[in-house]
Design a protein around this ligand. Sequence first.
Ligand code: CTP
Ligand code: MG
Length: 276
Amino acid sequence: MSKCWVVIAAGGSGKRMKRTVPKQYLEISGKTVIEHVMGVFLAHKIISGVVVVTAVDDSRWQKLAPSHPKFLGRVEGGVERSDSVLNGLNALSPHVGPDDWVLVHDAARPCISKELIDRLTKKVMRHPIGGILGLPITDTIKETDHNGGIIKTVSRESMWLAQTPQMFRLQTLRGALNDLNQRGVKVTDEAAAMEFLGMRPLIVEGSETNLKITTPADLPLAEYFLEGQAKEFQQPEKRAVFATKRTKKTESEVIKKTSPKAGRRLMKRPKFLGSE
Ligand code: CTP
Ligand code: MG
């Protein structure tokens, strides 16, 4: 049976968050954003291995690198997200079978859950191309000119917001991104690379909880969703990945600013087993 591998894209600097710390390293509900993401994928039994892509000058990653049998290593990222993803795929490539899948996920989406991964993998494994999580658009959509004048209302029927994970045959996606690189075409997600080459990936309904932390307003929202998930955190496979450890007060500064309640909870901060 084809295996599933994961590339976590964490090579961005989070300019829109306007923080000195890149958003994947902000603490929220007791852990950094990237720790939340790694925990979910490493704990999932369908996943064979995880590669994390971080910026070349990243000084924070080392402290968080998990010592987990499924964590395969860290790779340096590139200028654009697609460059980072391609580097991750290249690193995995020698180790995977010809029909193996890869799930590419934004490090900035910490509320990804086992249930969403199940939903995506179940549907996509039966699909010839691959697919992504997405959300149907519920607001009315306007197209504007450069001065903000509304040109027209675009029908929202059949319109979706793309989320991650995005799941494709690893070698096919790698070939597609390489191809676009050579043609100088930039894409902002993996599905766009496949679409550009004439393929039609599947969209699987995701969840509003799987938000991408982009601006400061997203932080308390992500915390709210993670707190909800924490109530279901008693699942044995999740407990196996984490151990509880006391942490320094200084580590909680970021979240204390947005949520004093969450700041207090940081005294019981789960950490990866074997890290540090
Ligand atoms: N990413 C990456 N390599 C890049 C750029 C982005 O791996 N060269 C990752 C980010 O770390 C993030 C995901 O891609 O997890 C989605 O990108 P985005 O939300 O745009 O993150 P940033 O690029 O970090 O944020 P910004 O655009 O505000 O600078
Ligand atoms: Mg970006």
